[in-house]
Design a protein. Structure first.
Length: 130
């Protein structure tokens, strides 16, 4: 099983080197270092790649676009209060727009609240909407 390198190629690595970018891999056996990406890769593999035999690139693009449309607009997500991704984003949009509106050079409301901090931890942000 691959962790983090399954979609990389020598061309991407060469481009990154030419562009002066450093490439950081997830440590072997530590998929939790990038849990969102690993969860997506697993679901994408199970729900799309393993379920379809693509005739050509155009067919692959169509199937993947339909899957993305279904995931974002039709499928409710437990982590979002059983809203679809699109409905959740639409509900956050007024809050986001208010937070981004400038008043005397700064936003009126923070997009996210600062997390409770101990004396040893650097400042972090809670998830927006908490």
């Amino acid at each position: 099983m691959c962790y983090g390198t399954e979609f990389t190629s020598n061309a991407v690595l060469a481009w990154a080197q030419d562009a002066g970018l450093q490439w950081h891999y997830i440590a072997p056996g530590k998929p939790m270092q990038n849990g969102f990406c690993e969860a997506f890769n697993g679901r994408f593999r199970d729900e799309c790649l393993n379920e379809n035999l693509f005739r050509d690139l155009g067919h692959a693009r169509y199937v993947i676009a339909e899957g993305a449309r279904d995931y974002n607009n039709e499928r409710p997500h437990p982590a979002l209060g059983y809203l679809t991704s699109a409905a959740y984003a639409a509900a956050l949009r007024p809050q986001r727009d208010d937070a981004l509106e400038l008043l005397d050079g700064s936003a009126r409301h923070p997009v996210a609240n600062t997390a409770r901090m101990s004396k040893m931890q650097p400042p972090t942000l809670d998830h927006a909407g908490r």
